[in-house]
Design a protein around this ligand. Structure first.
Ligand code: GLN
Length: 449
């Protein structure tokens, strides 16, 4: 498929032909990356994750409970796309309410990985990544609460970026965990990623956590020749599979050849990342999802006995298993007897994790790290929730601290031929260094799709 950069110079007529081609490919491939082919105007078609509001579209978070809901307004990112000459085209499949790492918890069924249909595309933005990787989308938007952009990008061999918390407006994003969620691009290469990031970023008075900080456009200003100090976390890597470790070594070698300085460092609190994330994320999710009561949005249970029964039945019938599990866990960690022991403790640990990153960033411009401990698993392989949660070990800390990070493909696994990505992480609001480093790494590894 043509790149986003190439699409910038296409006429409306040419773009219409491209849209028809995207649809045709999606139908032929049958990866279930799209849940609908809705269109919202002329412009370069951008695939939109099913948790981002597009006026007049059905937006469901891939949940049964939101069937029948039609969005009355555009998310800020959608308004920004439209004013940049891009237009929402197609709704991407995802894990229900963005809770998951495989896109198997969707009400619409699983999305498949285009490199091997017996494997998951990752999640929760699995539809977005699968479509970009298979040429069914030029570029896509996803959301990342604990890795949901970076990890599917890594499993599918494309580029995915999570901006600094506050850089991109969350107005119009169906909230999962509000202190962690960010919308970001999934694209074919680093340059396209910068184009889409530039289009959606910026202060928004409609989001009280939006940062009022100016940033020059990244696209056109990327300096792949800049020499950076890049930290690798030595004690982080030994839990990854041997092929991920090999990709890490390959990337270090490539970065050294590019003239960057590699710093060997360690992080001491990594064993708390998963627990801390799953306490904070479920607590916020339980609160955010309380709004789905059968009265205000989407699907309502029929013939309830009374109001309480309406709530009970609507939520019992409407939410899937993983979402229910998280609502239960979230309410548990917030309940009066356990609040201090779990939720408050997790918030304290979150600060310790931040301090650790700050120490590294006192010396380094970037950190290089795995995205996931392995290549994309087989469908059904992560049925056990704890196993699935553990696969988020390299991504969740970045959201707890609010840092920007970009995942890009490095090499293919020698036995399965599946893509392996790594991520670069930068200081808060230093997206410029993130893109400079990513462009250099992309050039150096010269990944062939
Ligand atoms: N896999 C993580 C979770 O299930 C992250 C999901 C996300 O980033 N939305 O919570």
């Amino acid at each position: 498929m043509i790149t986003l950069k190439e699409a910038l110079s296409k006429s409306t007529q040419e773009l219409n032909e491209i849209k028809a081609e995207l649809k045709k490919r999606a139908n032929e491939n049958a990866l279930n990356a799209y849940v609908a082919f809705d269109e919202a105007g002329d412009g370069i078609p951008i695939l939109i994750k099913d948790n981002i509001q597009v006026k007049g579209w059905s937006v469901t978070g891939a949940s049964k409970i939101l069937q029948g809901y039609e969005s009355p307004y555009n998310a800020t990112v959608v308004e920004k796309l439209l004013s940049a000459g891009m237009a929402p085209f197609g709704r991407a499949n995802m894990d229900e309410f963005a809770m998951g790492s495989t896109t198997e918890s969707s009400y619409y069924g699983a999305t498949l990985n285009p490199h091997d249909k017996s494997r998951v595309p990752g999640g929760s933005s699995g539809g977005s990544a699968s479509a970009v990787a298979s040429g069914e989308a030029i570029a896509a938007l996803g959301s990342d609460t604990g890795g949901s952009i970076r990890q599917p990008a890594s499993y599918c061999g494309v580029v995915g970026m999570k901006p600094t918390y506050g850089r991109v407006s969350r107005f119009g994003l169906a909230s999962y965990a509000s202190s962690l969620d960010q919308i970001g691009p999934i694209t074919q290469n680093v340059e396209d990623c910068a184009i889409l990031y530039d289009a959606i970023k910026g202060y928004d008075p409609k989001d009280s956590t939006s940062a009022n900080l100016e940033e020059k456009p990244i696209f056109g200003n990327i300096n792949a020749d800049r020499k950076l100090k890049i930290a690798v976390i030595d004690n982080y890597i030994n839990e990854a599979s041997s092929s991920v470790q090999k990709a890490n070594e390959e990337a270090i070698r490539a970065l050294e050849l590019e003239g960057h300085t590699i710093l060997h460092r360690s992080l001491s609190n990594t064993k708390y990342d998963i627990a801390t994330y799953y306490i904070v994320a479920t607590a916020e999710a339980a609160t955010n999802l309380a709004r789905y009561d059968g009265i205000r949005y989407g699907r309502r249970s029929q013939e309830p006995k009374n109001l309480e029964d309406l709530y009970y039945r609507t939520r019992s019938e409407g939410f899937g298993e993983e979402v229910k599990r998280r609502i239960l866990l979230g309410n548990f960690v917030l309940s009066s007897g356990y609040y201090d022991a779990y939720y408050l403790k997790a918030q304290k640990v979150r600060h310790l994790i931040k301090d650790e990153f700050n120490k590294i960033f006192a010396e380094a411009d970037l950190i290089l790290s795995p995205v996931a401990p392995s290549i994309a698993p087989k469908l059904g392989a992560l049925e056990e929730p704890l196993e699935m949660y553990k696969s988020d070990m390299y991504t969740v800390a970045i959201n707890l601290v609010g840092l920007p990070a970009i995942s890009l493909p490095i090499m293919k696994d020698s036995s399965s031929n599946m893509p392996i990505g790594l991520q670069l992480i930068a200081k808060a609001f230093d997206e410029k260094s993130l893109f400079d480093g990513a462009a250099s790494l992309e050039r150096a590894v010269n990944y062939s799709h």
